[in-house]
Design a binder for this molecule. Structure first.
Ligand code: IPE
Ligand code: MG
Length: 229
């Protein structure tokens, strides 16, 4: 979700107002995805690198996270919340609130909304390697038992499949330390629209684009054609 700051600047507002408008877009897109039957929607909300922003912007973002995760949105849409990221850096009050919401929405059976908060892929992979190394040191797994599946099962995202489609708004064409392991075969969709201006119609455009992709997973087009039912 990129472009909140530039959206605000273009209107002579401060950056925090862009983030506030970004929350409105989150509500619209969450509801749209849930209605479309999307199973997992992951939102890159705050990166490890975002801790380096000016203190007042970080504080504004944290309090926005605290006030904008409304239980009603989750319950109304039957959405389950999951958090991924280094929560040891997140203020206690925010941490308690989101973990409480994660617990209370666990009963929901519809879409899972994953919030990547204080998240970066390199943090996640480093943390995972440490935990696997500890398992090896304790003798519960052997080095030769470390497979791609085992690594996936130890990542913060172990509960979800790899993403089919990644959408980055705001015109930048980079991954910015996001789900590097998980995006090996993800389709990447970039658009210039700032996140607060990203509406359901834009989401549908991205999904239509996705539906026209031929996903070969390293195979040839002929092989993929032959495998079609
Ligand atoms: C994305 O908007 C939201 C967060 C990173 C929290 P930005 O804040 O990156 O907006 P721009 O890129 O400055 O426009
Ligand atoms: Mg940005």
């Amino acid at each position: 979700m990129d472009g909140n700051g530039r959206w605000a600047k273009a209107r002579g507002m401060n950056r925090s107002m862009g983030h506030q408008q970004g929350v409105v877009a989150v509500r619209e897109i969450t509801t749209a995805c849930s209605n479309l039957g999307v199973k997992y929607l992951t939102l890159y909300t705050f990166s490890t690198e975002n801790w380096n922003r000016p203190a007042d912007e970080v504080a504004a973002l944290m309090s926005l996270i605290l006030t904008s995760l409304e239980e009603e949105l989750f319950m109304k849409n039957n959405v389950k919340l999951r958090i991924i990221g280094d929560l040891s850096r997140v203020p206690d009050v925010v941490k308690q609130s989101i973990l409480g919401l994660q617990e209370r929405t666990a009963v929901n059976t519809g879409m899972t909304m994953v919030i990547a908060l204080s998240y970066s892929s390199r943090w996640e992979i480093t943390d995972t390697v440490k935990r696997i190394a500890a398992e090896v040191a304790a003798g519960s797994i052997k080095p030769e038992e470390i497979t791609e599946q085992l690594i996936s099962s130890r990542l913060a995202t172990s509960f979800m499949p790899d993403p089919d489609l990644l959408i980055r708004t705001g015109g930048e064409m980079r991954l910015s330390n996001y789900l590097l392991w998980q995006c090996a075969y993800t389709e990447f969709y970039f658009c210039d629209t700032y996140w607060p201006d990203f509406h359901e119609a834009d989401l549908l455009k991205a999904i239509e684009w996705f539906n026209r992709r031929e996903r070969r997973f390293g195979k040839t087009s002929e092989q993929v054609e032959a495998q079609k039912p």
